[in-house]
Write a protein that binds this ligand. Structure first.
Ligand code: ZN
Length: 209
């Protein structure tokens, strides 16, 4: 059920979310927000959520990956994607730093673009710095799937969606992706759905071709 999650087209998903001020740190109000976010993320179910996705334009993200979700993907996929279980993490006012030139391209979806997925390129490793709900500094340096989740969620705080970064020709319903591309490599999916060079907007003027 994703009915409580704001869907694409809503202005709150396209604005820049505001920093959480010191007056909110350690309050029941901030705790309640995080609780609602975790509930919505688990109900979806998803592995990450940003506050704007429940209509709150504040710089707060939550993420969590669970063994029960990971158990559904093959060992090969798990290794290739760097998928790893981790308990709920909350970052307030997160700042992301990409580490190194390594990139990874995999199928990615968004709870606010419900029912669709696409290939999205992300940095393989990142470090996120920010605060916990009490306003204490924390950081996390991580590779693989958690790094992807962090990039996706921090993007939300700046009004950027994964569809802004996707390889447009690979945009697919989640249903088609499951039926056609589950267990297939990124290269195979790209081969079927179209080469990257044809993602450039097609020229409108025939003389430019
Ligand atoms: Zn999203």
């Amino acid at each position: 059920m994703t009915s409580s999650i704001v869907q694409v087209g809503a202005p709150v998903l396209r604005g820049r979310a505001a920093e959480v001020g010191p007056e909110l740190m350690g309050t029941t109000m901030l705790d309640a927000l995080v609780e609602r976010m975790v509930e919505a993320m688990r109900a979806a179910p998803g592995v990450g959520l940003a506050a704007p996705q429940i209509g709150v334009p504040l710089r707060v993200i939550v993420l969590e990956d669970r063994e029960e979700y990971i158990a559904k993907v093959s060992h090969e996929e798990r290794t290739e994607r760097g998928r790893q279980a981790f308990p709920v993490r909350t970052f307030v006012n997160p700042v992301l730093r990409m580490i190194g030139p390594e990139r990874a391209t995999f199928v990615e979806g968004c709870l606010s673009v419900n029912g669709f997925v696409a290939l999205v390129e992300r940095a393989l490793e990142v470090e996120v710095s920010g605060l916990d709900t009490f306003g204490r500094a924390q950081s996390w340096r991580v590779r693989g799937w958690p790094a992807r989740i962090l990039q996706h969620e921090v993007d939300h705080l700046d009004g950027t969606l994964s569809i802004d970064r996707m390889h447009t020709r690979t945009f697919s319903t989640a249903e088609n992706a499951r039926a056609q591309y589950a267990g297939r490599s990124t290269a195979e999916i790209q081969k079927v759905l179209g080469p990257r060079h044809s993602e450039r907007p097609r020229p409108l003027d025939p003389d430019e071709r």
